[in-house]
Ligand binder design. Structure first.
Ligand code: HEC
Ligand code: HEC
Length: 335
């Protein structure tokens, strides 16, 4: 019931705006014209979704038999209860090598147009194949043979793809699962659809700061509260070996130290924060952003010290916490 209500509302933005406009008292009036929930995912033509494929991808995601050494799975760093990230600033690959960047969330990855912190992958399929080889050290051909030897997997691949598992359709199953990991229908979305009791007054005040004085919305724009744009926010400043970030991809000097603007949906779950995992608490991440970042020569001129008080920072945090979704999750049973 609730789902169809949200779907009906997102199907028609005009309707959503109308609902918000009618049901909201003056004191908590949302800004007119905003979009309340996520648009539908656009699936690649050669990889449409189905419930069976999502379920298969979910099993493969959690299965250490996919890895080179048999000890790690994709889930070893992307945990549901941690907003599909892990609690380490930098995590270790299956071979013990330390990643140079913090594990990003998988929430809403299906809405991105490029992948990784520097956007170097043009498709999620290419990104996923690279993670399979790199993070969990697999030889995809060998791992596929192991998967095909499990009758409970072989039957699923037969039913979905009409044949045995291949590296290609393993990747397709994983990405189809990722495209189902959407953080939406959060208290803030309900508020925008007219349920004024869904969030606290502090969250409402926090949104006003986020969209106004704090200027956060310029880069973290709804409905995703993040997008595929890249900015330098000064985090590499003063490091002995700075990570050049987006420059690796574009070779444009102005992109030195620029990283993807992450989605802020379900952000309260996914600390530590930033591409280097350098900030443990959400409140301190907000404080860093509101303070305009460190003075790097390539820092985005959009990011300024917006002089937020402690109270205002707290209100922005309250707003961000209202973006946490509450969908259910069950660990898959492996065949
Ligand atoms: C050892 C920890 C670790 C494991 C295990 C791991 N990942 Fe990741 N994942 C990362 C890190 C770190 C990044 C970001 C790397 C970068 O941006 O340079 C990432 C990025 C991603 C992204 C892109 C997210 C975005 O916002 O662009 C996807 C999708 C992803 N991983 C899927 C997978 C899949 C599929 C597996 C299993 C085959 C996997 N991960 C296993 C650490 C891990
Ligand atoms: C100039 C664009 C820009 C503006 C303005 C901006 N951000 Fe960001 N934000 C980013 C980028 C880019 C990152 C990731 C950068 C990195 O890790 O190097 C980020 C990261 C974050 C993170 C950490 C996300 C994560 O997954 O680790 C939070 C929280 C955040 N911003 C909140 C805010 C708030 C609150 C404001 C307003 C006070 C704000 N941002 C203003 C671009 C911006």
């Amino acid at each position: 019931m609730r789902k169809s209500w949200i779907l009906a509302a997102t199907g028609s933005l005009a309707l959503a705006a109308l609902v918000v406009g009618c049901a909201t008292p003056e004191s908590a009036k949302p800004i007119v014209g905003r979009i309340s929930a996520l648009p539908p995912i656009v699936y690649p033509a050669d990889n449409p979704t189905s419930p069976a494929k999502v379920a298969l991808g979910k099993q493969l995601f959690a299965d250490t038999r996919l890895s080179g050494g048999g000890t790690a799975s994709c889930q070893s760093c992307h945990y549901r209860n941690l907003g599909w990230t892990d609690a380490n600033a930098l995590s270790k690959k299956e071979n013990g090598e330390v990643n140079t960047r913090h594990t990003p969330t998988l929430y809403n990855v299906g809405h991105q147009s490029v992948w990784y912190w520097d956007g170097r992958a043009a498709t999620m399929e290419a990104q996923t194949l690279a993670a399979w080889r790199g993070q969990i050290q697999a030889d995809p051909v060998k791992a596929t043979a192991i998967i095909n030897a499990v009758p409970g997997y072989a039957s699923q691949f037969q039913a979905i793809y009409g044949g045995p598992a291949t590296p290609e359709n393993i990747v397709k199953s994983l990405t189809t699962f990722f495209r189902s990991l959407n953080s939406e229908n959060a208290p803030w979305d309900k508020y925008e659809l007219g349920d004024v009791k869904a969030v606290s007054n502090d969250a409402v005040e926090g949104y006003k700061i986020f969209a106004g004085k704090g200027q956060c919305i310029v880069c973290h724009s709804p409905p995703h509260y993040g997008n595929s744009t890249f900015f330098n926010i000064g985090l590499e400043h003063g490091k002995a070996k700075p990570d050049v970030g987006r420059f690796n991809v574009t070779k444009n000097p102005a992109d030195t130290g620029a990283f993807k603007t992450p989605t802020l949906r379900s952000i309260e779950l996914s600390g530590p924060y930033f591409h280097d995992g350098s900030v443990a608490k959400l409140e301190d991440a907000v404080r860093y952003m509101a303070g305009g970042g460190k003075p790097d020569p390539n820092k985005s001129p959009i990011l300024k010290d917006t002089q937020l008080s402690d109270k205002e920072v707290g209100q922005v945090v309250a707003f961000l916490k209202s973006l946490t979704s509450t969908e259910t999750w069950e660990q898959p049973k492996l065949p």
